[in-house]
Each structure stands twice: as structure tokens, then as C-alpha cells.
Design a protein around this ligand. Structure first.
Ligand code: SAM
Ligand code: DTB
Ligand code: SF4
Length: 333
């Protein structure tokens, strides 16, 4: 490779600020196009510079309110616009949530993420969520919530409750977004992330691959995330789970190696982030997941369910981690 090509694969210095590196979409697309071995080698180098590569952060999800969502996200089984076989479920009782968190903690999860099928929470709903966050915090777990868009005062309530992370995904590149969701726009998402960031809550934001986006659009999603200032502490990379009754049920299969590439590019462009191997693991072989860890993934959703769809069994995941000589982050504390 010529020196010129190598320089091209580094973030552009001219646009660099003192606190963050700026990545152009073209630079990120060039990373995607590297020979696979070169890409993984580079991702491994970055990973080893910043992390114990054998420790994996484990988050368990719980859907605290399911189905009947007023947004029209084309991938989502919980949208009222779609006809997936998801039972609408009102908000869970506090005790049910705490029991689920305790069970997750006993199985080795370090973080508990509460998800709700809302466009945005109401004041009354926020009051219940605040109690859940406080209770999960009290049992000694890290807390995360994903509740849709947040107004300033709701962010403030979550901060006061001691919420550690807020998950709100950009999901796709701005140029592709409108083909998947029409009921809210990209700027709404950026605004929520900005409010969360300003309140001092750690940001968890990522996206979905395999929705029919072009390579440039996939690079565009990573560019959006990597150019946030600062970039998110936690970056979930989801492989589309094709659910019957959603507009994306028949999307073309994603080549698993392209998923691995996306993880590697996220690792290189967001060196200190926890890059999470997220939805879609049930459909992935152990070998592909091992490649994802090699590419720099150091977090995963752990527990038999995601929100409404399945995830590998806890026993199977423990076996996988054992086989790879990896261990949950919480085990070290
Ligand atoms: N309603 C809130 C929101 O949209 O922000 C929180 C829950 S929503 C289900 C959280 C994320 O789950 C979405 O942003 C999307 O990235 C992911 N997701 C939903 N359905 C998915 C699917 N079928 N495959 C992969 N990821 C999915
Ligand atoms: C994220 O990026 N993926 C999770 C979590 N954040 C909330 C959700 C995946 C949902 C997959 C479809 C379902 O189970 O409903
Ligand atoms: Fe609702 Fe979130 Fe699903 Fe969109 S992704 S339909 S906002 S639950």
C-alpha cells in the first residue's frame, strides 16, 4: 500500500478539533473497502491500545412497555403501523422490573437496560421510570434506559435518578433514514442525544445494518456517530432482525462478513467506545461472533430476549465466552 493510501485512511487532520477527530464519509468508506485482514488487524491494534480485549461488557434488556408504538419505524415489530405478532403490554410493575434486574445480575450482567415502545414518555410515565432507575441502581447495577425522544425536564429527572446511560440510536445515515421512518426526523434524534450529553448522562447510540442501505450509507451512519463531539461511550451495532409483519421482513440477507466489517470500522473510528454486538446474534454462528470480538466488539446483549425477539440463551453465551477465553466485565470487580 502506498503512503498516500495509508494517509487517506486516517481521519482528516484539517477538520480535526482539539477534542475529537473528524471522519469524512469517504474516509470511512475506504476503511470498509480495505482487505478483510488489513481491516481486522488495524481494528485489533486500536482495540488493544484501549481495552483488555478479553473482557466483555454484558447488558441485559427488559421491555418495560411493549407494542402499540405510534412511530412507523420500518424495522420494528412494536410499531402500531406494522402487523408483527407482538402483544401490547402496559408498563410493568416496579417489582417485576427489580426482580428481572436481580436475575440478570445473578447471571453476570453488569448493566440493565429498560426499553419502552414510546415515541417519547409522558410525565406520568417518567415518574414510574424514575422509580425503576433508582431501584435498579440500588441493587448495584449500571442503569440504561431507551424511551424515545426526551424533553429537557425528562433528561433532568433521569440524571437526578442517577441513570448511567441513555440509549437512543441514529439507526441509519441521514440520507437513508427517510426510507425507513417518516414520523420523526434525524434532527429530533440528534437533539435528544445532545440533551442527554449536556446533562452528563453517558450516551449509548448506534444503528442497524442490513436494511438495504448502500455501502456509502453504512459509512454515513458510522460518520454521524464518530463525529459526535464527543462520540458515544457505547455504540450498539444491530444486524436487522427480520420480523414478519414489518416492511423490512423481506430485506436481502446481510453478508455476516459485512457485519464484522461494520464492527471493525466502528472500533477504528471510535477507539474508546464500548462497541456492542447487538440484535441479530441469534442468527450468527459462534465463528462470526468470534470475528466480531476480534474486530473490536467488547460488549453484548446478554439474556434470553432482546425486547420482543430472541437472543442466544445465557448458557450458550457463557459457553461461547469460555471457548474464547473471555469473561464478563463485572466478574473482574
Ligand atoms: N422506542 C425507543 C426508540 O425507538 O428510541 C426505544 C426502543 S427501540 C426498540 C430501540 C432500538 O431497537 C431502535 O432504535 C433500533 O435500533 C432497535 N431495533 C428495533 N427493532 C429492531 C430490529 N428488528 N432489528 C434490529 N434492531 C432493531
Ligand atoms: C439497541 O441498539 N438494540 C436493542 C436496544 N438498543 C434497545 C434493541 C433491539 C431490538 C430488537 C427487536 C426486538 O427485540 O424487539
Ligand atoms: Fe417505536 Fe422505538 Fe419501535 Fe420506533 S423503534 S416503532 S420508536 S419502539
Amino acid at each position: 500500500m502506498t503512503t498516500q493510501t495509508v494517509q487517506f485512511l486516517r481521519p482528516s487532520k484539517s477538520k480535526q478539533s482539539s477534542t475529537t477527530q473528524r471522519w469524512s464519509v469517504a474516509e470511512i468508506e475506504a476503511l470498509f473497502k480495505l482487505p478483510f485482514a488489513d481491516l481486522l488487524y488495524r481494528a485489533q491494534q486500536v482495540h488493544r491500545e484501549h481495552f483488555d480485549v478479553n473482557a466483555v461488557q454484558l447488558s441485559t434488556l427488559l421491555s418495560i412497555k411493549s407494542g402499540g408504538c405510534t412511530e412507523d419505524c420500518g424495522y420494528c415489530p412494536q410499531s402500531a403501523f406494522n402487523s408483527a405478532d407482538v402483544e401490547n403490554q402496559e408498563m410493568l410493575e416496579l417489582e417485576t422490573v427489580v426482580q428481572a434486574a436481580r436475575a440478570a445480575q445473578q447471571k453476570g450482567a453488569g448493566r440493565f437496560c429498560m426499553g419502552a415502545a414510546w415515541r417519547e414518555p409522558s410525565d406520568a410515565e417518567m415518574a414510574s421510570v424514575v422509580k425503576m432507575v433508582e431501584a435498579v441502581r440500588d441493587i448495584g447495577m449500571e442503569t440504561c434506559a431507551t424511551l424515545g425522544m426526551l424533553r429537557e425536564e425528562h433528561v433532568e429527572q433521569l440524571r437526578e435518578a442517577g441513570l448511567d446511560y441513555y440509549n437512543h440510536n441514529l439507526d441509519s445515515a441521514p440520507e437513508f433514514y427517510g426510507e425507513v421512518i417518516t414520523t420523526r426526523d434525524y434532527q429530533d434524534r440528534l437533539d435528544t442525544l445532545e440533551r442527554v450529553r449536556r446533562a452528563g448522562i453517558s450516551v449509548c447510540s448506534g444503528g442497524i445494518v442490513g436494511m438495504g442501505e448502500s455501502l456509502t450509507q453504512r459509512a454515513g451512519l458510522i460518520a454521524q456517530l464518530a463525529n459526535l463531539n464527543p462520540y458515544p461511550e457505547s455504540v450498539p451495532i444491530n444486524s436487522l432482525v427480520k420480523v414478519e409483519g414489518t416492511p423490512l421482513a423481506d430485506a436481502a440477507d446481510l453478508d455476516p462478513l459485512d457485519f464484522v466489517r461494520t464492527i471493525a470500522v466502528a472500533r477504528i473510528t471510535m477507539p474508546k467506545a464500548r462497541v456492542r454486538l447487538s440484535a441479530g446474534r441469534q442468527q450468527m454462528s459462534d465463528a462470526v461472533q468470534a470475528l466480531c470480538f476480534l474486530a473490536g466488539a467488547n460488549s453484548m446483549f446478554y439474556g434470553d430476549r432482546l425486547l420482543t425477539t430472541g437472543n442466544p440463551d445465557v448458557e450458550r453465551d457463557r459457553e461461547l465466552l469460555d471457548k474464547l477465553g473471555m469473561y464478563p466485565l463485572a466478574d473482574k470487580h
